[in-house]
Design a protein around this ligand. Sequence first.
Ligand code: I24
Ligand code: DGL
Length: 269
Amino acid sequence: MSNEQPIGFIDSGVGGLTVVKEALRQLPNENIIYLGDTARCPYGPRPAEQVIEFTWQMTNFLLDKKIKMLVIACNTATAVALEEIKEKLPIPVVGVILPGARAAVKATKSQRIGVIGTQGTIKSGAYEKAIRLKTSKSDVFSLACPKFVPIVESNEYRSSVAKKIVAETLLPLKNKQVDTLVLGCTHYPLLRPIIQNVMGNVRLIDSGAETVGEVSMLLDYFDIAHLSDNKKPQRAFYTTGSTRLFDEIANDWLDIEIAAKHIDLGGKN
Ligand code: I24
Ligand code: DGL
């Protein structure tokens, strides 16, 4: 049996498109609905209770669209909201943290793993917890990098300023001798070349890319994959912010023609 219902992706803004890009590559037949809460982005510095509230609002919007699976493509939202959303939904819910943690445990040889993310993600301890549940052998070194999202969003992620800020920020991790570093934020794959350069011989784990591998596996496990047919896959994008700015970034990043729809979620924030 083939299941044509869409897979839902939610994120605090456009960063989750790094996960969608991977989904388009690994799951070309699947219909996809994406919702980015650009009006209230970033989530990283917000209190956990608020991120949970916003994430529920996004989840409920996509549930109405009859999704067959929900991917919380935002690390900050996954860190604080995955558990309760997973518990309450009748469909499979996938976050970006466990797949990244699993890949890191698999990759490390020295049992010294670094994790970088937003303030909310690091403060929650969600990556440490996920890694600890897999192994008690690894030491985990977590670091919040609050300047990284603004660097990407100001389009400076290839600049010398970016190099300087990344080098300064990652300094505390440099002497920890980690051999594996988890990029625990949607935006960090954009900074990957600079992070790799600063960290040297360290294996970088892209949580988003790992997550799509898990989605693919779950689709098969639950027998809900959209099998290859002659229909054109459908992609729908929703934003709580400007559709023009969303389309600009999404077109550029995904290299497909996108016309996002605007929606309102909850009140103003
Ligand atoms: N990248 C992100 N967010 C932005 C940006 C960016 N502006 C330039 N680039 N802006 O996230 C956020 C605020 N906007 C969002 C749209 O609605 C209005 C408010 C990372 C995106 C990762 C896919 C840099 C940039 C780009 C094109 C592609 C990729 C990219 F311009 F990083
Ligand atoms: N999407 C967020 C994350 O992966 C980064 C942007 C934000 O702070 O909202 O943690």
